[in-house]
Design a protein around this ligand. Structure first.
Ligand code: FE2
Length: 668
């Protein structure tokens, strides 16, 4: 007889343990063990050790099958068990790891593969191929595509969170915290009395007095500085939507800014010369053109589609120098200037900030991080078995994404959702705007090195989103390359990996609606193509999401800086606007309160956050990927220290891309 020492690891999440009886069977190249009953009870965050005796060696151990059944005395209780991994020490002295990370519900027999990453064409034994197929068959049932709306990426089929498989749901910790927070965001912010108050703001002191809880340092800075042109310009680089600004070498035909208009804002050179020198920048919200604005509190609200011209001064301050609120130039669409009256100029900037809210929440945040991460997650779950190295690499980057998106569809963008009801871009215009954003989405805009260059933003000073983002892209790219190169040793490996090809086809079809003009590939031929795409996937789910998500309360908490809705139309003449006009333009008190509670909730990390580089689930056990993960983490730590030093000299530190603030997945 020979003995196999088996360790069964129960995960460290609430209710992971079970009273169910556990049975296990080991399989190797020379045979299978008997089904063995595990006497011990599995408790949360514990390891059960057990011996499995066999008449002779099983050869190279490849599979572990596990079954659970309700315990005889407690047959009326079927108690789910979260098994994280099984570790087997063979009689020959080697250790074999079997990652599981599954809830076993007592009704099925599950088979887990030994942890070495394997591509399908290297999996030669018939049972291995059969297990791959079986696993994907089960996942195809559990994770199905569904159409959310025509022209938008497809989503996971789940009417509500309870329809999602347990493996992709929040831990009980996050679940209870998030529910608590959502219901009580208004209470935490001491806003509960305001949710039905449909009055307008009488003055901004009142606003400051009422919204006085949980202010962050950045919030306080913004409350003091929101009116300043310098801060207005700064936000296009290092606020929560650094995605809109482009270098401008030629004015658009529909934005007839003249030399005279901007003379007072420029130093010594002409506008034309400054454009040639790369010092003029444009932010154009043309996607908002024609989008119908919402009705809030029974009143029609307004959306502008502004164009804003900015100038990088010799003192390296990015200053707005001209704003036109609608796309079509006309006499009723004046070009506002910093030399106009205080409130004319401030109101013009406020319409730009509201347009930025629409672009930020729906395009930069929802579409370009949340919805795309969901597409990548669903395709991974449907097409790649656990033993596939890309599954191992990616799965942690989809933690909680399906649940947070399902919740967002229920509570933010549903008919009664917070954005639907409280934003100018909410209501009927929301889907129309999203469809435009999808139609204009490109692969290269998701890859920060290409995006920055395409926008002509390589050289502008003080662009910390760019500096930190490019560095993180580089770190990620090298990490992905080193891990993936271990498995794909030639381009032909990429070409003959049918599972990988199905994965990218599913993304192309369901995520990008087979639109070849996006530049998204529908197959891979080269290792380099694959590495770049995987880098983009991880970057989108972690770094990019952190850049557009984490500062929502910082930058949006002080409503005048980031109003969700505006209730007077864009002005058609100059010289009419007063402080009263501003206050009448801002959203009502209840709309303001709900907007603030929403950005507060969406910026609040949970206590079970997993940071970029922390691969808490161990899917890799081979030496090389484990070493590369360590190196990756170390590089992130070094970079974190560099950012901290840089930030010491900044009036407003840019912290969103400090690796210690980057969650590994879209989970919030
Ligand atoms: Fe988010």
């Amino acid at each position: 007889m020979v003995n196999y020492k088996v360790e069964l690891h129960t995960g460290n999440i609430l209710h992971a343990g079970t009273y169910n009886s556990i049975y296990i069977q080991l399989s190797g190249t020379k045979g299978e063990s008997e089904w063995t009953y595990i006497k011990e009870t599995a408790c949360q965050d514990s390891v059960i050790e057990h011996q499995v005796a066999c008449p002779s060696s099983l050869g190279l151990l490849e599979f572990v099958a596990i079954e659970t059944k309700p315990y005889a005395l407690l047959a009326y209780i079927n108690d789910d068990w979260f098994c994280s991994k099984v570790v087997v020490t063979t009689p020959e002295g080697s250790t074999r790891h079997f990652p599981c990370y599954n809830w076993l519900s007592g009704s099925e027999r599950l088979v887990y593969r030994e942890a070495s990453g394997k591509l399908i064409f290297n999996d030669t034994c018939p049972r291995a191929l059969k297990e791959r197929e079986e696993e994907l068959k089960i996942r195809h049932q559990a994770y199905q595509w569904s159409i959310y709306a025509d022209g938008l990426p497809n989503i996971i089929k789940a009417g509500s969170v309870s329809d999602l498989p347990d493996e992709v749901r929040f831990s009980f910790t996050k679940d209870s915290e998030f529910k608590f927070t959502f219901l009580n965001a208004m209470v935490e912010l001491n806003l509960q009395g305001l949710s039905t108050n449909k009055e307008q703001w009488k003055n901004l002191e009142e606003l400051s007095h009422i919204f006085n809880c949980r202010k962050t340092k950045v919030y306080e800075y913004i409350e003091k500085n929101w009116k300043k042109d310098e801060f207005f310009g700064y936000q296009f680089l290092n606020g929560i939507n650094p995605m809109m600004i482009n270098c401008c070498t030629k004015l658009p035909d529909n934005f007839p800014v003249t030399e005279d208009m901007v003379k007072a804002s420029l130093s010594e050179k002409s506008l034309e010369e400054e454009m040639q020198d790369g010092n003029i920048f444009l932010v154009d919200y043309k996607r908002l053109q024609g989008i119908p604005a919402n009705v809030i509190n029974g009143k029609k609200h307004y959306l502008a589609a502004p164009l804003c011209l900015l100038y990088m001064t010799p003192e390296e301050k990015l200053m707005p120098i001209a704003i036109q609120l609608k796309q079509e130039p006309s006499e009723e669409n004046p070009i506002f200037l910093p030399t106009d009256s205080e409130y004319d100029w401030l109101l013009a900037k406020t319409f730009v900030r509201n347009a930025d809210f629409s672009e930020h929440e729906l395009n930069s945040h929802l579409l370009r991080t949340h919805l795309l991460a969901e597409v990548f997650a669903v395709s991974t779950l449907r097409n790649l078995p656990m033993v596939h190295p890309i599954y191992k690499l990616l799965i942690s980057h989809f933690r909680y994404t399906l649940q947070i998106n399902t919740m967002a569809r229920e509570s933010l963008i549903s008919k009664t959702g917070a954005i639907t009801l409280n934003a100018s871009v909410g209501g009927p215009g929301m889907l129309e705007f999203l469809k435009k954003a999808v139609a204009e989405l490109t692969y290269s805009s998701l890859c920060i090195p290409e995006d920055i260059t395409a926008r002509g933003m390589d050289d502008i000073p003080n662009f910390y989103y760019r500096d930190d983002g490019l560095k993180l892209w580089d770190i990620l790219h090298r990490f992905v390359h080193s891990v993936i190169g271990r498995y794909y040793t030639s381009d032909s490996d990429v070409q003959k990996d049918g599972e990988l090809q199905n994965w990218i086809k599913d993304i192309f079809f369901n995520g990008f609606l087979s639109n070849a003009s996006t530049g998204i590939p529908n197959s891979f031929s080269l290792v380099t193509e694959l590495v770049k795409f995987l880098t983009m996937v991880i970057f989108t789910a972690s770094v990019q999401h952190a850049a557009v998500n984490n500062g929502q309360f910082d930058f949006g908490g002080w409503m005048p800086n980031f109003p969700t809705a505006l209730q007077l139309p864009p002005p058609t003449t100059k010289g009419q606007c007063t402080e009263k006009t501003m206050l009448q333009t801002f959203p009502d008190i209840n709309t303001t309160a709900k907007g603030i509670a929403t950005v507060y909730l969406l910026s609040k990390p949970s206590s079970d956050i997993v940071l970029l580089g922390d691969y808490k689930e161990e899917h890799f056990f081979e030496k090389l990927p484990i070493q590369k993960i360590k190196d990756f983490k170390q590089e992130l730590e070094v970079f974190s220290a560099e950012i901290k030093v840089r930030n010491q000299r900044l009036e407003l530190p840019y912290t969103y891309l400090e690796p210690q603030n980057i969650e590994t997945s879209v989970a919030l």
